[in-house]
Unconditional design. Structure first.
Length: 146
């Protein structure tokens, strides 16, 4: 019985890993990767457990298959999360990194804030949550291209 389940489980996990997104939490590491892979950087400031538009952006855009496929080819993804619930709190070192990112790229504290950067880390454009389709959101992000 278990021998029959192993191939099915392997296929399931392989399929899941192919469509999975890799979100980074270190912008410096993301910049190095962007240079290496010749991709732009998408940095999002979010409050994953309190900000309704942030949650909608994640559910409607970031989690869509269309965005996942597009982002794999075009972006290094970085999340700077600012959760409020105690159970979701970040380690102090990560919180410090996120605070420094916010000081530089999100001084007004907008949530969500999406920052598109070139591979060297220069800001190309900023946006937030929009009630649009994943395709329309991708078009918006493309309008910032260098």
């Amino acid at each position: 019985m278990i021998k029959k389940m192993i191939p099915a489980l392997a296929i399931f996990f392989l399929a899941f890993s192919v469509s999975a997104q890799e979100w980074h939490t270190d912008l410096d590491a993301a910049k190095r990767l962007a240079l290496k892979e010749n991709k732009e950087i998408l940095l999002v400031f979010q409050g994953s457990d309190w900000c309704a538009p942030c949650i909608k952006l994640d559910r409607e855009i970031w989690s869509s298959e269309e965005f996942k496929e597009f982002s794999k080819e075009h972006y290094i993804l970085v999340k700077a999360d600012f959760p409020r619930r105690k159970k979701n709190q970040l380690e102090s070192k990560q919180q410090e990194k996120n605070n420094k990112l916010a000081e530089k790229y999100n001084p007004n504290g907008y949530f969500p804030l999406v920052v598109i950067m070139d591979k060297e880390g220069h800001v190309l454009g900023k946006t937030g949550y929009k009630k649009v389709t994943p395709h329309e959101y991708i078009e918006l992000l493309n309008s910032f291209k260098s």
